[in-house]
Write a protein of this length. Structure first.
Length: 188
């Protein structure tokens, strides 16, 4: 899985007025969290984030790894822990990153994709695919983070379903939901 490099500039902890000024200057405030280390406050460029989100496949943000690079050349690998949007414009207003430490487990949501939907037996019989889970919460080490899971639905018949246990989980990845949780089914 490729990592996306992003310029990260440090900032002091600021009051609301200073944060609004940052946003007017085209910057998105963000925080990098890491267990046992003080939180690092900073900002990233709004245009860079907009372009990144436009190019990214829908639903892949939670499992995307970032390399945050500051002006001194220091880097930090992280994933997006939370992203906040303005409610009226849906523009990004704040990002929380979680630093990835090699031997520390991380919990995240991994997107689910389907193959064989056009040839699905149940769809040809008049049903349609109903996706109940777009992401599967998992626990794994940073080096084991998958970009997505794939489920083949070609042989899925009417009123049948695929569950979390039907996903071929790579070694080292533990699902954080029950194995019999339905991911997709064919309904009438």
């Amino acid at each position: 899985m490729k990592e996306i490099e992003l310029e990260f500039s440090q900032r002091e902890i600021l009051n609301k007025g200073a944060v609004k000024t940052l946003r007017r200057e085209g910057k998105i405030p963000c925080v990098v969290y890491s267990k046992g280390i003080a939180n690092r406050h900073g900002y990233v460029d709004t245009v860079a984030i907009k372009m990144l989100l436009q190019k990214m496949e829908q639903g892949f943000l939670p499992s995307t790894r970032f390399v945050l690079k500051d002006s001194s050349g220091k880097t930090c690998k992280a994933i997006v822990k939370e992203i906040q949007y303005f409610p009226t414009t849906y523009e990004v207003c704040h990002i929380d990153f979680l630093e990835l430490v090699p031997e520390r487990y991380v919990e995240l949501k991994v997107p689910v994709q389907f193959t064989g939907a056009a040839e699905c037996v149940g769809v040809k019989a008049g049903g349609f695919l109903r996706q109940l889970r777009r992401h599967v919460p998992v626990r794994c080490l940073p080096q084991d983070i998958p970009s997505h899971f794939t489920i083949d639905v070609k042989d899925l018949e009417m009123f049948k379903s695929r569950v979390v246990n039907d996903i071929a989980m790579p070694k080292g990845i533990t699902p954080r939901v029950k194995g019999n949780d339905v991911v997709v089914s064919v309904v009438k």
